[in-house]
Design a protein around this ligand. Structure first.
Ligand SMILES: [Zn+2]
Length: 233
């Protein structure tokens, strides 16, 4: 999953009570913590795309995407957040840890079986919704849409720019998602996927990381202009 991961990012137990524990841009990093680790490993050629026995592309993501690693990454992400934002307390720790862990559960729905239980484990999990590229696209774009619509309701734009900005970001993310994920899913379905035509792993890893930073930067700018509706001060 790619943009669908940002769906849970708007979940925050304190939203609606004035002061959110976790800023949306921080949640944007948390939900992609596993893929940020993955991006670095792909960049250095440690992880990357491979073909499975059916000739379909899967990911060799033994280290970043095992169930065990996902729990470790979630706890580390929560720990980093708690260290940087001590006033958020254990609730902040758990919000970030659960957001980070949500990544594995959502990946489980769409990935072709490539998610191991532990690094090097033989059992590979994934319900392969990406084999139905348009349905998977609707799910991911829909999750992000619901998240943005909900967040728009819980915040007030200081001016119109912060409404347009939010939906321009939505459109941008959907387009990037289409180019990165859906396009490939359609090729796989039509049997025209060509492994040799894929970008080298260094480029793939860097573009993953660039997109995560870019989405996070843009939402942080939008967030400045959208304070919580329930803010008292
Ligand atoms: Zn992932």
């Amino acid at each position: 999953m790619f943009i669908g991961h940002y769906g849970p990012a708007v979940w925050d137990t304190q939203r609606g009570h004035g002061k959110p524990i976790v800023k949306l841009w921080e949640a944007f990093l948390a939900v992609q913590a596993m893929d940020i680790v993955c991006g670095f490993l792909v960049m250095f050629g440690i992880e990357g795309m491979v073909l499975n026995a059916d000739g379909k592309p899967i990911f060799d993501i033994n280290w970043s995407h095992s169930l065990v690693t996902s729990i470790v990454i979630a706890l580390i992400a929560g720990g980093i957040f708690k260290a940087l934002r001590p006033q958020s307390g254990m609730r902040g720790f758990w919000v970030i840890a659960m957001l980070a862990f949500s990544h594995w559960l959502l990946d489980l729905i769409v990935h072709r079986p490539d998610l191991p239980l532990y690094p090097g484990g033989d059992l590979l999990l994934g319900f392969a919704l990406w084999d139905l590229p348009w349905i998977a696209f609707a799910l991911e774009a829909g999750l992000l849409f619901l998240a943005f619509a909900w967040w728009q309701k819980l915040t007030i734009a200081k001016n119109k720019k912060y409404d347009y900005g939010l939906w321009a970001l939505y459109l941008f993310m959907v387009l990037v998602h289409f180019a990165a994920i859906v396009h490939q899913g359609i090729q796989v379905k039509n049997g025209t996927f060509d492994m040799a035509a894929q970008p080298p792993s260094s480029a793939a890893g860097i573009s993953m990381l660039v997109m995560f930073v870019l989405f996070t930067f843009i939402i942080s700018r939008i967030e400045r202009g959208r304070p919580s509706k329930f803010q008292t001060a």
